[in-house]
Write a new protein. Structure first.
Length: 405
């Protein structure tokens, strides 16, 4: 059985209010082609399909259009919810999805229906597992969508399981994996898929934290030790987390922050046979719109870089050393040359950052706002920002006068 493991698509995600949907569309077109060219039998998407629990309509349309394309041919697509996803919303299309070879699992208690769905069969299933038959091969899959603290407690409900509820988060996840691992057999391909943070995994900085002081971290020893392949989601950097266990984070398909600018993005192509070690290969994605960070000695150097890169499709961050605040006219000029500038950060000498003592009573509201804005943003406010602020102040004053009258 040939598997393609991906995760963390984050459809609908933006970069400082810049939409990434066009890049995501290009990626998904290439992903569908990748699946077809490599004769993939099972596509695993290990959570964080969307970037929010209430994704924009365009993101949902993109997801379902992609599922339709992927479902052409005799293959199965398994999708689990991540910490960004609304589990009920993600799995709402399940009644229609199974006939097209698509399995959508929202919570750890999700149960896939048994039956013959034409392309494949679900021979057995229960909370957190399913056994499928596809092209004459059988696979037992442990599926643990993002297990929040609340969802874990819902699993351990009886009085007999109260002791398990008192254990650490990692131990409770381990209990689930251990119990479900009993479904594995020697004559089946044995897989696990989950959206969790495993201790030792390398973060990128763009993931939404799911652990508090390490309390929601899962130890490697609590993963299913008998699985031939463990497909993980949450961390954005592709990585194998243990040399002794076949547990992999596929990572995100795009660079979702400047902390990821040096990461090569990929999916894992996995060949599996019952009773044999997994054969794992990286298949790399294009970098559809690179993130670049430019560190400049002055505004003129920054303008030169803008001109140099004006014909390149990039997301740009600038850090500019300067003796004084950057003129708004120069900032506008930079953005007119290079439109997708995400951030311009002035680097001022330390003595420029010191706050001078002054009497607030001697300053007008406008002057105080200008100084505050400059201190916080390292650039003076534009005329538009000033006008907006003063209009708000005026409205507040008028409301106060009305209430006093």
């Amino acid at each position: 059985m040939r598997i393609l493991h991906t995760s963390d698509w984050h459809l609908g995600k933006s970069l400082e209010n810049f939409s990434r949907i066009e890049e995501q569309e290009k990626f998904l077109e290439d992903f569908v082609q990748m699946v077809e060219e490599n004769n993939v039998d099972l596509v695993i998407i290990a959570g964080d399909i969307y970037d929010s629990s209430n994704p924009p309509a365009r993101a949902e349309m993109l997801f379902y259009t992609t599922l339709k394309k992927l479902s052409n041919g005799e293959r199965v697509i398994l999708v689990i919810a991540g910490n960004h996803d609304n589990p009920e919303r993600l799995s709402a299309a399940s009644p229609l999805a199974y006939e097209h070879g698509v399995i959508l699992l929202g919570t750890p208690k999700s149960i896939a229906p048994k039956g013959d769905f034409g392309k494949f069969k679900i021979l057995d299933s229960g909370e957190g597992f399913l056994e499928i038959e596809l092209k004459g091969e059988k696979a037992v899959i442990i599926a643990l969508p993002y297990p929040s603290e609340k969802r874990l407690n819902e699993i351990f409900t009886s009085e007999l399981e109260e002791e398990k509820r008192q254990k650490s988060y990692s131990e409770r996840v381990g209990e689930i994996f251990n119990d479900l691992s009993k479904k594995y057999r020697k004559d089946t391909i044995n897989i696990a898929v989950s959206h969790i943070f495993v201790a030792g995994g390398e973060e990128s900085g763009s993931e939404r934290p799911i652990q508090l002081g390490g309390s929601f971290t899962v130890e490697i020893r609590h993963l299913p030790q008998k699985a031939q392949y463990i497909a993980l989601g949450h961390l954005h950097k592709p990585q194998r987390i243990s040399s002794t266990l076949p547990a992999y984070y596929s990572g995100s398909p795009l660079q979702y922050s400047k902390s990821e600018m040096n990461h090569s993005k990929c999916a894992y192509l996995v060949d599996l046979k019952a009773g044999e070690p997994a054969l794992v290969k990286e298949i790399y994605f294009k970098n559809y719109k690179p993130i670049e960070v430019f560190r400049c000695n002055g505004i003129e150097e920054a303008l030169e870089i803008c001109n140099e890169y004006r014909d390149k499709d990039i997301w740009a961050y600038f850090e500019i050393k300067t003796e004084s605040p950057l003129p708004s006219s120069k900032i506008k000029e930079m953005k007119s040359i290079l439109p997708d500038i995400v951030e311009i950060k002035p680097i001022l000498p330390e003595d420029e950052m010191e706050i001078e003592d002054y009497e607030i009573d001697d300053k007008s509201v406008k002057e105080l706002f200008e100084e505050f804005y400059l201190k916080e943003n390292k650039v003076p406010p534009t005329e538009e920002v000033l006008e907006l602020f003063m209009s708000i102040v005026k409205e507040e004053d008028e409301e106060d006068e009305t209430s006093e009258a």
